[in-house]
Write a protein that binds this ligand. Structure first.
Ligand SMILES: Nc1nc2c(c(=O)[nH]1)N[C@H]1C(S)=C(S)[C@@H](COP(=O)(O)O)O[C@H]1N2
Ligand SMILES: [Mo]
Length: 337
């Protein structure tokens, strides 16, 4: 892993990780705002309160009585790729690898909310985890609109890749908000609060906000003129060959990687260019990876015709007709590269 920060622990998946369909836990990126809390399952409870008719206090056993659901889904930090923006932006200097493709198993958030009886006044669902802030840092709490919470794909996961959810990734329970940046995927979940208004805590009103339109690079935009980061953007990454690799002229070379999108997904096509974007040719998408929210592997076979320096690019398209740009428009916090 590429260590972006030791304390708190921020670990990035190296480019070679994009060669996997399901990202193994040992290669899965880690982002922690404060520290990794040690949760004891015997004393752990999930509280559901606020605008509900029956507030709940659930054990893991209670949760596991609800119907289990499993889905393959990309989790990507809003700030993934921040280091590519010009001018530079403070914050974790992620390259490409603050992202992974996991197999998540848990229960539908909608099923939990149904048991609590959500009132008509409900607007947002606020999540809090067992990690407590240090010093003056506000507690990491994030909310999502009721509509996203009620979506049958939004789950509370207790398993990742067929294993008990690892401590680094939120043991014993985390939010899985498919298609949305992972600041909404609250780890070590202990509290679900149904709100009758938009949550106005620091992590909603000041952090994770985007102008929603291109602004001149370097511009300061007041937070209230920005909107929360939600859906991921269509994107592909080349896993092989790696930057700077050498290959033999006249010999077949496989170009391969993965592609994903967010709410506008799934990915419908990937093109490859071997001439710095002058011409593009469709790559082959794996036929057995047609999920709504997982990434999809693609391949392109090419024989470099002569000894030369080649610039290879990939670009993905999604179901809503979006095309991956050459680079993303600059924004003040360096989100959604
Ligand atoms: N409780 C809690 N949940 C959290 C965070 C956190 O600091 N505390 N960080 C969020 C952010 S910004 C990211 S990118 C993802 C990272 O998930 P991972 O470490 O499982 O890859 O967790 C999210 N959930
Ligand atoms: Mo993040």
């Amino acid at each position: 892993m590429l260590v972006r920060s030791v304390r708190p622990e921020d670990l990035e998946m190296p480019l070679s990780g994009f060669a996997d369909y399901i990202t193994p836990i040992e290669h899965f990126f880690v982002r922690t705002h404060v520290y990794e809390p040690q949760v004891n399952l015997d004393s752990w409870r999930l509280r559901v309160e606020g605008e509900v008719s029956t507030p709940l206090t659930l054990t893991m056993q209670d949760l596991k009585k609800l119907p289990p659901v499993e889905l393959v889904c990309v989790v990507e930090c809003a700030g993934n790729g921040r280091s590519f923006y010009e001018p530079p932006i403070p914050g974790a200097q992620w390259g490409n690898g603050a992202v992974g493709n996991g197999r998540w198993r848990g229960v539908r958030l909608a099923d939990v909310l149904k048991r609590a009886g959500v009132k008509d006044s409900a607007k947002e669902i606020l999540f809090d985890g067992a990690d407590e802030p240090i010093g003056t840092m506000p507690d990491f709490q994030r909310s999502i609109p009721v509509k996203k919470a009620q979506d049958s794909n939004t789950i509370l996961a207790y398993e990742m890749n067929g294993e008990t959810l690892p401590a680094k990734h939120g043991f014993p329970l985390r939010v899985v908000a498919p298609g949305w940046a992972s600041d909404s995927w609250v780890k070590w979940l202990t509290s679900i609060r149904v709100l009758d208004k938009e949550h106005d805590g620091f992590w909603m009103k000041s952090a994770y906000r985007h102008p929603g339109k291109p602004v001149a690079p370097g511009t300061a935009v007041p937070a209230e003129q920005m909107q929360p980061v939600t859906s991921l953007r269509v994107k592909s990454v080349i896993a092989t060959p790696l930057d700077g690799a050498q290959a033999l002229a006249g010999k077949p070379l496989m170009i391969a990687g993965v592609a994903w999108s967010g709410d506008a997904g799934p990915v419908t096509a990937v093109d490859v260019s071997v001439d710095a974007g002058r011409t593009w040719t469709p790559a082959a998408l794996r036929q057995d990876q047609r999920t709504q929210f997982g990434w999809r592997q693609w391949q392109f076979h090419w024989t470099p015709p002569q000894e030369a320096y080649y610039t290879i690019l990939a670009r993905a398209h999604d179901a809503a007709g979006n095309t991956q740009p050459i680079d993303q428009e600059w924004n003040p916090s360096g989100y959604l590269w």
